[in-house]
Write a protein of this length. Structure first.
Length: 129
């Protein structure tokens, strides 16, 4: 789905993920739903904060296979790619913990260039078995 690169768009993306997971059998109060929804919220928030290009939206894709849930968030900002390794933010920092949460909650995560257009996709997977 496509969302406006605004805080409202990020909120809607988070709600959609939680709702879709519930429809797929991962109840709202399940650990899987809570974990994947938090991962999606962090990736969407980063797309809004760091990947925003005026007039451009971000895309969120949620897929399921027999044992893996995958969240992909694509934005149009090519030059702001997340670091390959993330470190603990200083205790008094007001930001800088989003990707650390993703790295700790997801089974694996990474980035890939957006195919055939400027931008990138940040993805995260959670093994559910």
């Amino acid at each position: 789905m496509r969302f406006t690169a605004t805080p409202r768009g990020a909120r809607l993306a988070r709600r959609l993920v939680s709702h879709r997971l519930d429809q797929w059998g991962y109840g709202y109060d399940s650990a899987v739903n809570e974990t994947v929804t938090l991962i999606a919220a962090e990736l969407a928030a980063n797309a809004v904060r760091h990947g925003h290009v005026p007039g451009r939206d971000f895309h969120l894709r949620l897929t399921v296979s027999p044992d893996t849930l995958r969240v992909e968030v694509t934005d149009t900002r090519t030059e702001r790619v997340p670091p390959r390794s993330v470190h603990e933010a200083p205790g008094d920092a007001e930001s800088g913990r989003g990707l650390l949460l993703v790295a700790r909650l997801a089974t694996r995560w990474g980035t890939v260039p957006r195919p055939a257009a400027p931008g990138k996709t940040v993805w995260a997977e959670l093994i559910t078995r």
